[in-house]
Ligand binder design. Structure first.
Ligand code: PEP
Length: 249
């Protein structure tokens, strides 16, 4: 089923005290939309965030995980570890992970498999670089990223996947894809899914847009028929801004 989702990616921001403060500010906000609200604090604060939002309409999710179940991977976190503290959703393939930590379509395919094998929901991110868009290659890049990491899956797996189209040139830059650019790409993504898995999978897929979504542009972006929500970076670090986006539906 398609849903409205607004997920805040806190990235490598907020220690324990700031996490407590931001969560208590988030709790003071009122949700007036039907969007599911998610926040992704850093690993060290996941348990605390999970515990302190147990009674709230906020899901705490992870920013990343390793593809191995366990073993000699110093510094890494497994799906089982996330599950053991109650985390049920993980962001995979964020462009910063791809750019700075060498994540590839192949390693992401393995991560997706491991997350699904652990009955986790995946928010799978992808998107083109500025040079791809300038060259008119954005659809080819996005199609390749989706096919390489996801097209080995059975259709039934897509119930546990949310897609997040995040043009790299729009992340943290203040530069947003226009609502029309977002809509065109989301429609293309649905068409790509349809070509392999059929109409039901394509129509039911929740597709988020990410890239400098702010309170002043969220309504217009979310009004597009194929945009089902947002993955929010900078604006997720301010409770009022974040809920202004949540309530833009
Ligand atoms: C992101 O990091 O996923 C993101 C969309 O960041 P920002 O909203 O700051 O562009």
């Amino acid at each position: 089923m398609r849903k409205h989702i607004v997920a805040g990616n806190w990235k490598m921001n907020n220690g324990l005290i700031q996490t407590e403060t931001l969560i208590s500010e988030l709790k003071q906000q009122t949700k007036t939309s039907d969007a599911e609200v998610m926040i992704a604090p850093t690993f060290t604060n996941l348990w605390h965030a999970f515990e302190s939002t147990r009674q709230d309409d906020i899901e705490v999710i992870a920013q990343n995980m390793h593809f191995a179940e366990n073993g000699a991977y110093t510094g890494e976190i497994s799906a089982g570890m996330l599950k053991s503290i109650g985390i049920k959703t993980v962001i995979l393939g964020h462009s910063e992970r791809r750019a700075y930590f060498n994540e590839t379509d192949d390693s992401l395919a393995k991560k997706v498999d491991t997350a699904l094998a652990n009955t986790m929901r995946v928010i799978f991110c992808f998107g083109e670089e500025l040079s791809d868009r300038k060259a008119g290659n954005e659809e080819a890049v996005v199609e390749r990223q989706i096919k390489n990491a996801l097209f080995h899956l059975e259709a039934s797996a897509f119930k546990h996947i949310v897609l997040a189209y995040e043009p790299v040139w729009a992340i943290g830059t203040g530069e947003t894809a226009s609502p029309e650019q977002a809509q065109d790409m989301h429609a293309f993504i649905r068409k790509t899914l349809n070509s392999k898995y059929g109409e039901t999978v394509a129509d039911d897929m929740t597709i988020l847009y990410g890239g400098s979504v702010k309170p002043n542009n969220a309504k217009e972006i979310f009004s597009k028929p194929d945009v089902d929500g947002g993955l929010i970076g900078g604006a997720a670090l301010n409770a009022e801004d974040f809920y202004a986006i949540v309530n833009a539906f």
